[in-house]
Design a protein around this ligand. Sequence first.
Ligand code: ATP
Ligand code: MG
Ligand code: MG
Length: 408
Amino acid sequence: CRASLEVQSTSNRNKDLPVHGVSETVVGVLGGGQLGRMLCQAASQMGIKVIVLDPMENCPASVLAHYHMVGSYDDSAAVEEFAKRCGVLTVEIEHVDAATLEKLEQQGVDCQPKASTIRIIQDKYLQKVHFSRHAIPLPKFMQIDDFESAQRAGDFYGYPLMIKSRRLAYDGRGNAVAKSEEELACAVHALGGYDRGLYVEKWAPFVKELAVIVARGSDNSILCYPVVETIHRENICHVVKAPANVPWKIMKLATDVAYRAVSSLEGAGVFAVELFLTADGQILLNEVAPRPHNSGHHTIESCFTSQFEQHLRAVVGLPLGDPSMKTPAAIMYNILGEDEGEPGFLRTHQLIGRALGIPGATVHWYDKPEMRKQRKMGHITIVGSSMGILESQLKSMLREDIMDDQPA
Ligand code: ATP
Ligand code: MG
Ligand code: MG
């Protein structure tokens, strides 16, 4: 326990005391990574108390949270104990114990978004079933249990075939591509075998990846942030450009799909909807995250209300803020870990040094205890008057040509 715990839920606060801050509801966040940390930063501006549950003593949110309970968000007893200290329970990661959230909801604990949403989203196969039932356009998909069913899927969908783990996936770590039937066994093995719980998706021949952050208020009002383009490298988000450079019709279609996807889920908060744009102008949903998301980090500097403030507003029952951009353009670059060991490698330092000299650039460093290769260590957002200017600023910061829109 970092602070002597003075956290109280709204229900037991002393009614004679004056109200401090924008809301007295204590927000409990399952997970204390960089998203939890940025939620704490937004909360401190509004005088809202955020407490986090995370197993890592020195997790990124730890120093900024009003209180950090060391424990696993997958441990029923820990989540139940944590819930006693919150006015509302929310998540910064979807891989939490959904059964416990359901039980807590039955006992009257306010979970936002709802446990039903977390349950659907944390299993990518169930998520696909849910969205297809709601007529959301998706790549075709099917569950696989053994080699025969995988072969059948390959026959139906052709190759390359995307094989995905149903659960615990992030940064592409639950994905494997089979380029031919001969590669099926190897791809399945790389994911830990059929027992891990796998399904396949038809390859989506996208020309761009887009994303929309959608906020849902406690009154069920829904607001969408501008559509952004996300550029991935080795399955990890690399650069985000806001707004996306696509025709107005595509913006509208992407926003409409994202709006409908989030409307089909229950609870308040922000949601990120990842989309594929195909050459013939179709929008297909890739996946939804029930929380703030990497594709929305630019909103801290570029929008009237950041995704983090918006999430807090939504879960504590305040009116939603304006999601529109206050700068014409923004670009976000993820700083990924270089190699094993402690933070402080040369390239990262040089990059941050150069970013600090760029007008309109903001450096975010998550203060993770350890740098690991491909781990998200921080990000840099540059805002400015046109995407062309931002792209050349980013290029000069990186001293390399990364602005190729094609996925690597
Ligand atoms: P995240 O970190 O976004 O949670 P994840 O591990 O859940 O990632 P996905 O979003 O499923 O992984 O996929 C990662 C990337 O792989 C996508 O952004 C896209 O570039 C590519 N991808 C995913 N599904 C397909 C598909 N059906 N066809 C082609 N490419 C795909
Ligand atoms: Mg995912
Ligand atoms: Mg994804």
